[in-house]
Design a protein around this ligand. Structure first.
Ligand SMILES: C[S@@+](CC[C@H](N)C(=O)[O-])C[C@H]1O[C@@H](n2cnc3c(N)ncnc32)[C@H](O)[C@@H]1O
Length: 266
């Protein structure tokens, strides 16, 4: 299978994948093989950080769009949410939970009053040069004071969070938001077969447990959030989106987009 990777320097994709599989097995042994029992999720992404973009490569994903496109589409949705809600981003503080290497923050920081990321993986945070980011010491404790932010995002984070910690992480998002603040969760859509295939064969998603929109709604509503806007997106590959992107608006409620976004308010 051609992966379209630059293999001219550093370990090959196969070597990396083998090494990651071995570490994964060791960690599973430590945790008795149970996702719910897994506590050292930060170590997992520390393993991926150095080769993160390479490890995301997949023939289906790469044919669909450039890496940037996935982040740009998400920020377009955030912008649209602010516009339609009459909220002023320039007067809002934003925290990006599980910011990874900061791609979304980098895209959006100029439009917000302030922006801060946090992540459990120090190695991923090393890719956040020029951004304000904080190390998160525990899976379910955010490094922010109560009522710190107007807006919080968690993008493709929850499917890496053990089931037993998801409610606590959502409670933390509610704690760090101001009254009336908004939390936006964006996730892979398990209803989309292409998404499922890409996730299944991606080394960085080895431990992923996808959550459907219903579970996301439930997590939010259990913490007193009120769902205010939902969108399925990533129906059209980048080339087509550039030509007929408007068509995605009509599909936003069709539950088969590659990902979905749920915006909820306290
Ligand atoms: C797939 S990456 C997504 C990164 C970024 N949000 C993006 O969209 O590019 C998942 C990130 O979530 C982080 N993560 C996993 N569990 C977390 C938790 N409980 N709290 C905060 N971050 C977490 C990982 O370290 C990793 O950087």
């Amino acid at each position: 299978m051609r992966l379209g990777l630059d293999l001219s320097s550093g370990p090959t994709y196969m070597q990396l994948s083998k090494r990651l599989k071995q570490r994964h097995r060791e960690r599973q042994d430590m945790n008795h093989g149970s996702l719910a029992a897994r506590t050292n999720v930060h170590a997992e992404f520390d393993d991926y950080a150095e080769q993160y973009t390479t490890l995301l490569a997949d023939p289906l994903r790469d044919r669909f769009a450039n890496n940037d496109f996935f982040h740009r589409r998400k920020f377009m949705l955030i912008r649209e949410f602010f516009r339609r809600s009459g909220l002023n981003a320039k007067q809002s503080s934003w925290v990006d939970i599980g910011c990874g290497q900061g791609e979304l923050l980098r895209l959006g920081m100029a439009e917000f009053g302030s922006s801060t990321g946090c992540d459990v993986s120090p190695a991923m945070l090393r890719g956040c040069e020029g951004l304000t980011v904080l190390r998160q010491e525990q899976d379910d404790v955010l490094p922010f004071a109560d009522g710190f932010a107007d807006f919080a995002t968690a993008v493709c984070v929850y499917h890496h969070v053990p089931l037993s910690k998801r409610a606590a992480l959502t409670r933390e998002a509610a704690r760090v938001l101001k009254p009336g603040g908004t939390f936006c969760i964006i996730e892979h859509n398990p209803m989309n077969p292409v998404t499922r295939t890409v996730v299944k064969r991606s080394p960085v998603d080895r431990d992923a447990l996808l959550l459907g929109i219903r579970e996301t709604r439930r997590l939010l509503e259990e913490q007193r959030f009120r769902i205010v806007w939902e969108r399925y997106f990533l129906f059209l590959p980048e080339l087509l989106y550039r030509r007929i992107g408007f068509a995605e608006r009509g599909l936003a409620r069709v539950p088969f987009g590659g990902q979905y976004a749920v915006f909820a308010r306290l």
